[in-house]
Write a protein that binds this ligand. Sequence first.
Ligand code: NAD
Length: 363
Amino acid sequence: MSSKIMNSEFEITQNPVISQMSSMDHDQILFCSDNITGLKAIIAIHDTTLGPALGGTRMWSYNNELDALNDVLRLSRGMTYKNAISDLALGGGKAVIIGDSKTMKSEALFRRFGRFVDSLAGNYITAEDVGISPSDMVWVSKETNHVVGLPGKSGDPSPVTAFGTYMGIKACAKLRFGTDNLIDRKILVQGVGHVGEYLVSYLRKEGAQVFIADISDDTVRRVAQKYGAKGIALDEVYQLDMDIYAPCALGGTINDETLEQLKCGIVAGAANNQLGIEDRHGQDLLDKGILYAPDFAINAGGVINCFSEVKDLSSKWAMGKAEDIYHTIYDIVSRSEQEQIPSHVIAMKIAEEKINKGRKNIK
Ligand code: NAD
């Protein structure tokens, strides 16, 4: 049968949404539109084998709707892997609100979004992400109970994310240098915002030599002074001779250009989507002999914190669970070294094995 469907008004030669969904194995997508509030959003549920899909809501001025769709599909799949590899009884989901977070926010818009979240009856649990503040989520929570990370509940996930990242860095150090003691190690933290600053504090407490870079000069000055770190210029980042590079700002910093310059033994930081082109740049790191802690495994502290709220567990439990990231990263990276397979591929395999096991248990 031809894939071309004709009727009087439309000629459809392909169906990009369904084919994209099935190529990445998504369960469900909810397209949300409301003319009164101006809301345009997409909620993607990637997988719910291990539990309800949990992942934040991002508000961003996408160039077009296809970019927004691609982003939400990629991010929601990442949440499935992140939750599975961390042994959390959660699936993966994510939402994007299309629009300028500086000009388009209103209570009505977020409440309308909350009603869309509620229509999924707990299959999707939302939280904050880029462009969203706690007060936006309070508006969402007026319409649905399926929100975590609200003020007065589990709170800011960044300290837990930073602690898990610190543990992952130590595991990589053990594999690369034979000791996980970071004293005098030269470590560059790129981006000293919520997570980066807490990470700097852990690293300095242990006696590492910490270098920091941020687009905000004021932040660099403040953090450098507070913790005894050394600020460097943005264009020095990839030229610095360092033991460990910890990306804690934006994604995509491991790319063709930076890989030519990077002088480090380990890449381990909290930023999401660090590999510019996943397949190619993961392999390039392996070929260059640089250990890489897969982002979705090392930065799982934030979602661990959200899970503690879902299950009414203590912050002590969350920190204990984030400490386990040491063993998770150690296992992934040592397997990557032994099998000479990029670490992010190993991590995805482990996550898929856990999901498949969960699927069998359901049958
Ligand atoms: P944030 O916005 O608080 O901090 C980011 C910092 O990076 C800011 O200080 C910003 O000025 C700086 N920055 C931006 N572009 C830069 C550049 N080109 N060079 C250097 N610095 C730059 O964000 P955050 O909450 O600290 O998150 C940092 C990263 O970790 C993000 O990629 C985020 O997706 C990821 N992450 C965060 C959490 C969490 O709990 N907050 C959890 C998982 C993953």
